[in-house]
Design a protein around this ligand. Structure first.
Ligand code: A2P
Length: 275
């Protein structure tokens, strides 16, 4: 199943997250993920595994055209020329002629050049080096600024999202602008969302695992989760969320795990630096 993007392209409804896989582990895990059926593969310059992702793709028997490979420009490369060079570097490490999705990894407040990086992505898309352009970890005010500077709305914003942190306000803004939400740490594993009663109850009611219930919650909310797993069986399990539908009550109960204190466990885009 695919999610349509504002510029006419489409991406799979579920992708494979590759952080923090490295070296042979990364080649093995991406390889088994491809065998399991993942076609959207998420990497970043700063994950230091682009070569391994490229290697796993080349070793597979799947046609290049079937893959949606996405990578991200780090903060140290936000100046226009450096952003262009950064994407060229990603292409060379991945062994690809075109990046399917190019994202800005974080806004990086101390650098304050993300609008320049965005201008570079707009031009790279025009020149055919990047097919779909977007951002990651952007607040609404960051989105407003790049749209202001270029008139171009990103197709994707990849952010922390899971049942503890459902991103209500940001997703409403995405809906208004026509931006697809991708979810990193979709399982909220760091805070044990699996063990929560609404997740366990929904999973038991449909005869699925807690992870499948959470991933189905994402799909029904329209966000594209990027679960990471090194385990082939869990990789398959995480794609197998199409045999059941959560009820409105189950969706609401899982969303009800959102905490008033804002249980983000990653960085806040207004302060976090990803150089
Ligand atoms: P593993 O690689 O051993 O499968 P998130 O994507 O929310 O950051 O969570 C990633 C973590 O969740 C990884 O530690 C991964 O471990 C674990 N994980 C991924 N899929 C599942 C699953 N279906 N059931 C249990 N744990 C999972």
């Amino acid at each position: 199943m695919n999610t349509a993007l504002r510029d006419g392209a489409a991406i799979p409804e579920i992708g494979f997250g590759t952080s923090p896989l490295k070296g042979e582990d990364a080649i093995r895990a991406v390889g088994s993920a491809i065998e399991a059926g993942y076609r959207l593969i998420d990497t970043a310059v700063n994950y230091e595994n682009e070569s391994e992702v490229g290697e796993a793709i080349r070793r597979s028997e799947v046609e290049r055209a079937e893959f949606v490979v996405q990578s991200k420009i780090p903060g140290r490369d936000h100046a226009y020329d450096r952003a262009v060079a950064s994407v060229r570097g990603s292409l060379s490490r991945l062994g690809l002629d075109q990046l399917d999705v190019g994202l800005i990894h974080w806004p990086n407040p101390s650098v304050d050049l993300y609008a320049d990086a965005w201008r570079a992505l707009v031009d790279l898309q025009r020149d055919g080096l990047v097919r779909v352009i977007g951002v990651s970890n952007f607040h609404p005010h960051h989105l407003a600024r790049i749209v202001d500077v270029t008139g171009v709305v990103p197709a994707i914003n990849q952010v922390e999202m899971h049942p503890y942190f459902p991103q209500f306000a940001l997703r409403a803004e995405h809906e208004r602008l026509g931006i697809i939400t991708e979810a990193w740490s979709p399982l909220g594993k760091g805070m044990n969302a699996y063990g929560e009663a609404p997740v366990r109850d929904a999973a038991a009611a449909h005869g699925v695992s807690p992870a499948q219930a959470i991933l189905r919650w994402h799909v029904q909310l329209g966000s594209v989760p990027l679960p990471k797993s090194e385990n082939p069986q869990r990789q398959r399990e995480n794609l197998d969320v199409y045999g059941f539908t959560l009820t409105d009550d189950e969706l609401a109960a899982i969303t009800g795990l959102a905490r008033a204190d804002g249980r983000r466990f990653g960085g806040d885009p207004d302060t976090h630096e990803e150089m």
